[in-house]
Design a protein around this ligand. Sequence first.
Ligand code: SF4
Ligand code: SF4
Length: 318
Amino acid sequence: MKKNTLGKTGIPVTPVGFGVLTVGRTQLDMPVKEGAAILRYALECGVNFLDTAQYYETYPYIREALRGTRFAPVIVSKSLQTSGREMREAIEEARRELDRDVIDVFLLHELRHGNDFASRRGAFEALCEAKAKGLVRAVGASTHHVDIAERMADIPEMDVLFALINYKGLGIRKGAGPGKKEEMAAAVKKAAEAGLGVFAMKVFGGGNLVGDYLTALDYVSALPGICSMMLGIGHRDEVDRMIEYAEGRIDRSYKPDISEKRIRVDQGDCEGCGACVERCPNRAMYFNDRGLADVNDTLCLRCGYCAPVCPVRAVIML
Ligand code: SF4
Ligand code: SF4
């Protein structure tokens, strides 16, 4: 598979990457060996770009997938921590748990609008220190927010931007409200022109756009500045389709079978605003005893009405 250069980092990455979140605790919750087997299959097929995070608790899958192999993929991790001490610990945890001396890319996880960057300055300085010491190769941030993506080009220490974008604009934020895909696309372009390596998340809007497989991939892959798309993978078939797409040999009439998919609410992302509960026409969405949204599978018709109203992209299809 061809590779693209991740901006000024010079790191070559495949145009599609494996989002390891999907196999882990918060989504499919696969046994480690099972998830690692899919991951290893993707590596054998040529994928060299993996995304994980401290919060996902998926380091064991990567470690198991790489055990005893020749593969040395580019690994992205990230942390929600705010202080320098906590971020240093997060980097050490990644190095230890992944059994790697150097983490390729380490990010501030989910940078939000307002003064979030200022309040996490200590954590970012820890990332920069780790890079200076050779413990990480590149630093940056992941974000769902147009405001943050726009600012990235103006922060000289930033190497990488991991931005949320998809053809329906699901989950894109701007200020305290929704953002537009055109605004995020412009921010991505600006960041890439400033030399940042930019790759995309939520190309399928948390699984909600998988039914429009080719439309979703075509939109993001054609955006100026995007060098890779991180895709959540839970089955070998999905690896095959992803590779066929990246190599330009996919059947252009391909439509995934989504009949077995289920609507889920990511309990780590849900903010309990109630918009999905209100929107659901079938009373399938409800508040659980933690005050977060949840789905009653027996009532859910998988109409998908709930996903677009979620401001934080917590409604996913698995
Ligand atoms: S997919 Fe439709 S039925 Fe299911 S929870 Fe969402 S809005 Fe309700
Ligand atoms: S719309 Fe999103 S954040 Fe609000 S309750 Fe539903 S899942 Fe949670």
